[in-house]
Design a protein around this ligand. Structure first.
Ligand code: LLP
Length: 427
């Protein structure tokens, strides 16, 4: 990330602090998050979309009280998808009206809490939820602002997207067969709901803008149908998150201003063609904001060379702090950061300490052949979906998140302890 540099000896510094010092002070494994970079990315998104649009950070990528405060200070809103995320947001002082509540199976208790708190929008994910939220709002004597999540028949994966007519997935209400139109009909008929717009999220780690464009076009078409049938022009659309980041040097991600321009151009053009007022656009980037801002620092332990194959480098963490390689075949890079080395590169597989062969952090990478136990290695771009998907597998203790800024480092999520583990074990 921006403030990560190497000093004269080749040792990595982050926010002006040598990683060896960080390791000494905070231990390994640990996530180090560059707060200035996080804030700069928030501002880049806010600036790219401008005052007539809203950026909701997707908390599922990584959420903590400090993050919630940064978002507030940088003028972003927040998308939460569980009672736990909602609690964290409210506890850290995020104004409820700046929170969007998502999820395909929000519990009645979660809906109750969201309505009671006064969240800015609940994104309705099913026909049943339309009724549940309407009833809850009515009981509280309020009209809850809602969007309807539609599935537009676009599935995007990284460099490609597929447009299909039918949806085979748990999220949202299909545009196909008039399902979404029927959902709108019902939502408009219920007193407890104020339908403010339509929502579409097509996937994650996307590089191809074409998927977003097809999605935007289909959402605007729905707005036109709604206008024709009900005489109302819904004022907002949300086009979700999903912008990809660079995990390795092969990835060439789009910048926020590129996606902002592409989306606003297509929405404006389609609305003009349909004779609609241009709705307010919102987006929900998670990975693109937090992903590049953090790296995981590990200490090298056992090294097992396999002649003619590769060298297995075991670190003091693994799939419990980064499940993405095992789960999605995700690609990461790795670097020796505690010293420089002129040794030849060797092909390595960085693996964890868990009792599972699939416990891989970096599948194929090169590290200097003189790598030794005790060296520190860093895996970049672990800010998104690593700490938030961390587990206690093998009773691993989940690593801390340390925020670094202007030469100062502070823990924002502390390392788990064995006492934490035992506290939950009440048998
Ligand atoms: N909005 C909605 C409704 C979403 O479902 C998601 C992600 C986002 C926004 C944020 O997407 P992003 O900008 O972060 O791509 N665990 C997976 C990613 C799952 C994403 C789920 N939804 C991974 O590690 O790649």
């Amino acid at each position: 990330s921006r403030t990560v540099t190497r000093d004269a000896d080749g040792a990595l510094t982050v926010g002006g602090i040598a990683v060896a010092r960080l390791a000494e002070q905070f231990g390994t494994p640990a996530y180090f998050l560059d707060e200035s970079d996080f804030r700069a990315r928030c501002r880049a998104w806010a600036d790219a979309f401008g005052p007539d649009a809203d950026v909701f950070y997707a908390g599922k990528a990584f959420l903590s009280r400090a993050v919630v405060r940064w978002l507030q200070e940088e003028g972003l809103n927040l998308d939460v998808c569980s009672g736990g995320e909602l609690t964290t947001a409210l506890d850290a002082g995020m104004p409820a009206e700046r929170i969007a509540f998502h999820g395909n199976n929000k519990t009645v208790a979660e809906i109750e809490r969201a309505v009671e708190a006064g969240v800015g929008r609940i994104v309705l994910d099913s026909f049943q939820e339309i009724v549940r939220v309407a009833h809850t709002a009515q009981r509280h004597g309020v009209r809850q602002r809602v969007q309807i999540r539609v599935t537009v028949g676009v599935e995007a994966h990284t460099h490609e997207f597929i447009a299909t007519a039918h949806e085979d997935q748990k999220f949202g209400i299909a545009l196909a067969d008039g399902q979404a139109a029927e959902a709108v009909r019902r939502a408009l008929s219920l007193d407890g709901l104020e339908l403010i717009g339509v929502h579409s999220h097509i996937g994650s780690q996307i590089f191809d803008m074409a998927g977003f464009e097809v999605s935007a076009r289909r959402v605007v078409q729905l707005l036109a149908e709604i206008r024709d049938e009900h005489g109302v022009e819904l004022p907002e659309i949300d086009l979700g998150g999903g912008l990809g980041i660079a995990y390795t040097s092969d990835d060439d991600p789009r910048e926020p201003h590129e996606i902002a321009k592409a989306l606003s151009d297509i929405v404006t053009r389609e609305c003009e063609a349909a004779g609609l007022r241009t709705p307010r656009i919102s987006v929900e980037p998670g990975r693109a904001i937090v992903g590049p801002t953090a790296f995981t620092l590990y200490e090298v332990g056992t090294i097992k060379p396999l002649e003619g194959l590769r060298t297995y480098v075991s670190v003091d963490g693994g799939m419990s702090d980064n499940i993405r390689t095992a789960l999605y075949d995700a690609e990461y890079s790795v670097a020796l950061v505690s010293r420089t080395s002129d040794a030849e590169p060797m092909l390595v597989r960085v693996v964890g300490k868990h009792c599972e062969s699939g416990d891989i952090v970096v599948k194929d990478a090169f590290l200097p052949a003189d790598l030794a136990p005790g060296d520190l290695i860093a895996v970049p771009a672990t800010g998104a979906y690593c700490r938030s998907m961390a587990s206690n597998y093998n009773h691993a203790l989940r690593p801390p998140v340390v925020a670094v800024r202007d030469g100062e480092a502070r823990v924002i999520v502390r390392r788990e302890t064995e006492e934490d583990l035992l506290r939950l074990d009440v048998g």
